[in-house]
Design a protein around this ligand. Structure first.
Ligand SMILES: C[S@@+](CC[C@H](N)C(=O)[O-])C[C@H]1O[C@@H](n2cnc3c(N)ncnc32)[C@H](O)[C@@H]1O
Length: 245
């Protein structure tokens, strides 16, 4: 419950920045090239997309722009979902938002051609096996899960600008840590190793189709150019899995 209240407060940013986000959605795409490289062939068949932890909804507008027939966003922040719905209506895009705690999306099974998630989503979920089971339930047979997410090593990197360093107070195999940087300062973030994430996906009966680690972070703090973000270390990963037909 604590996290939900924190997200209701944090999501007010999306209300305050309504016009900027609207302009951003009109003039650019929030989907990055390593996402599009995997998603383009899937979006070509005009899938019905479910976006879990949809946040500000900019990815939903971009998914529609790239070919998705519809997007249903699910997020437990009513502030975020309402702001995303308002933008979708103003832009006339086929996105609908459902306010609900995950896992346990209140959507019928076999409803999605593509489940899309990431960019700061998995760290809020303590039970990835339950999350993966929920994803598998939502997918139609033959449909795909796509995740583009912070690499599980990221909590270990310092934000030093001269050299990348490993934080002495963090461990790759810890279950959680307290975020001490903007914007989630003070929040408890769950940790899962890359192996645990993949194992959760496979354990739900999905087939792994693509797994890649990328040097670029999905998010940067203002103008900060941390040495850990300059190409030597993993900062994101992308994963595609398929529900057997
Ligand atoms: C960092 S945002 C990322 C969202 C989205 N990918 C974006 O770029 O805006 C994380 C989102 O997860 C949502 N969230 C966190 N825990 C959740 C849960 N258990 N159930 C549903 N939504 C949750 C928050 O409300 C927030 O909108």
């Amino acid at each position: 419950m604590g996290n939900r209240i924190a997200w209701e407060t944090a999501s007010r940013k999306y209300v305050d920045e309504h016009q900027e986000l609207l302009d951003e959605a009109r003039n650019s795409s929030s989907l990055v090239e390593c996402e599009l490289a995997v998603l383009r062939p899937l979006l070509a068949s005009k899938p019905a997309v479910v976006h879990l932890q949809s946040g500000n909804g900019l990815d939903d507008i971009a998914l529609i722009g790239e070919g998705a027939r519809s997007v249903v966003g699910v997020d437990f922040s009513s502030v975020a979902a309402t702001a995303a719905q308002r933008r979708a209506i103003e832009l006339g895009v086929n996105c609908r938002y459902v306010i609900a705690e995950l896992p346990g999306a209140p959507l019928r099974g076999d409803c999605a051609d593509l489940v899309y998630t990431g960019k700061g989503a998995l760290i809020w979920l303590p039970d990835l096996r339950a999350w993966a089971a929920d994803v598998a339930r939502l997918l139609k047979p033959g449909a795909h899960l796509f995740v583009y997410e912070a690499h599980p090593m990221v909590p270990l990197w310092t934000w030093d600008t001269d050299e990348p360093r490993i934080r002495p107070d963090r461990g790759y195999f810890e279950r959680s840590h307290v975020n001490d940087t903007f914007p989630a300062n003070g929040a408890v973030e769950w940790q899962a190793t890359l192996a645990e994430i993949v194992t959760a996906v496979l354990g739900a009966g999905l087939e792994l189709r693509h797994l890649a680690e990328h040097p670029e972070p999905f998010w940067r703090w203002g103008d900060l150019d941390a040495a850990a973000w300059r190409g030597r270390l993993p900062n994101t990963f992308s994963l595609l899995a398929r529900k057997p037909s």
